[in-house]
Write a protein that binds this ligand. Structure first.
Ligand SMILES: [Ca+2]
Length: 411
């Protein structure tokens, strides 16, 4: 055997040895990441974190060589991705249409038939999800900003994807986060099914100083995560069904603008990410009935630099974020990785970041963040959503009139 052949034989033995142990990868479970924190810019505030590891944890780096491809640049302001049973991607476009993309980036014509959206500002057609029985009933659920008396609001709707995939049939609004407000900011906008077949929908507090306190008001749908049936009724077992004056669909409260929702693949817990103002972007683990603080406690300051609620960051009876960023990264769509293509990513949380212009990878152990990596930095892309495909690759969409669709796989 010459030296080249010997090397090849050793390499094959090494690879097959590794592949028989898919859960390990090159970052063993118990070994903590040890690189410097990825954030090097100064913070906007001097607020101390509530516990060690709540911000600026150790950096880490994926050891697998990634295959990063822009597979389309023809989506028009894409916002949300839902992975179809056959592996194709159903993608919302902010202006009010959906498209189907193949995993090589071929796009369908815009799918029409959805109710009109108000696409001004941060509004439009937002997140979407598929019915657990989509293969047989073809039902799609989505969130959008709806024109109504008194302004706009976050609404959720459902409809059937026609057999020819050109239209949504029988679109019906099932939920409205009231009250409406005459503004075009902070709609929240993600939606997903829990294991019992109910829908979680995230809303926002509409950004204005007059609506902000409604995040703490259980009698309003603003600044909430709600849990509803497929028909839009409050789901059985919701925490506030017996609370006087509370909207029974509300599930958690004290949120500012929740644009990421995902279930942890092993614990089954619901996690979210939300925007702070200047500083104070957060990741939270959501529990029924809990208060996540906004605007009473926050690690952010106003855009003009003033303190919010005298700089209070902690309060008994209000939840601390599992993790926060200052300066902001603008965390949007997110997913936990459960694929086999890149074993070292197992159970890591991936978040598309807008102002941060990167995709975050967080290593979470025992509900605490222990490692952080920035992927696809330096491309000036605003990542609006990232989801895991059936092939174990990540698919991400970016803001823009020629919005990019990325496939992030392994070489
Ligand atoms: Ca909070």
């Amino acid at each position: 055997m010459n030296s080249k052949a010997l090397f090849a034989a050793i390499a094959i033995a090494f690879i097959s040895c590794n592949s028989s142990d898919p859960g390990t990868g090159t970052t063993p479970e118990n070994e903590l990441p040890g690189l410097p924190p990825v954030e090097t810019k100064p913070a906007n505030t001097t607020y101390p974190p509530a516990f060690e590891g709540q911000t600026r944890v150790a950096g880490m780096k994926t050891s697998a060589e990634l295959d990063i491809k822009v597979i389309s640049e023809e989506l028009v302001n894409p916002w949300g991705i839902a992975v179809m049973p056959d592996g194709r991607l159903l993608i919302t476009e902010k202006g009010g249409t959906m498209r189907i993309a193949t995993t090589t980036g071929e796009l369908s014509a815009p799918i029409v038939g959805l109710p009109a959206v108000n696409a001004n500002g941060q509004g439009g057609l937002l997140g979407l999800t598929l019915d657990p029985d989509f293969s047989s009933n073809r039902m799609v659920y989505w969130v959008f900003s709806e024109n109504t008396a008194g302004g706009t609001l976050t609404a959720a709707a459902k409809g059937r994807l026609a057999d020819d995939e050109k239209r949504i049939e029988n679109a019906t609004v099932i939920y409205r986060a009231t009250p409406a407000f005459a503004g075009t900011l902070h709609y929240g906008g993600r939606i997903l099914f829990d294991k019992s077949g109910h829908l979680f929908v995230s809303t926002g507090e509409r950004s204005d100083l007059s609506t902000r306190p409604k995040a703490q008001d259980l009698g309003a749908g603003l600044g909430k995560i709600v849990r509803i049936t497929k028909e839009g009724q409050p789901a059985a077992g919701n925490p506030f069904v017996s609370t006087a004056g509370a909207m029974p669909e509300n599930y958690s409260y004290g949120h500012r603008n929740v644009q990421g929702l995902a279930f942890h693949p092993e614990t089954g817990d619901l996690w979210e990410c939300e925007f702070g103002a200047r500083g104070g972007d957060e990741v939270n683990r959501i529990e029924a009935g809990k208060n996540y603080g906004w605007p009473t406690i926050t690690y952010s300051i106003e855009y003009g630099g003033q303190e919010i609620n005298n700089g209070l960051t902690q309060k008994v009876s209000m939840e601390q974020p599992v993790y926060y960023w200052d300066p902001v990264v603008s965390p949007s769509g997110m997913t936990f990785y459960s694929g086999n293509l890149i074993p070292e990513w197992k159970n890591n949380l991936f978040i598309g970041c807008l102002s941060g212009s990167h995709i975050l990878r967080l290593d979470i152990r025992n509900n605490k963040v222990v490692g952080e990596e920035r992927l696809l930095e330096g491309r000036q892309d605003r990542f609006r959503d990232v989801q895991e495909g059936k092939d174990g690759a990540l698919y991400a969409v970016c803001d823009g009139a020629h919005g990019k669709l990325y496939r992030i796989g392994k070489k």
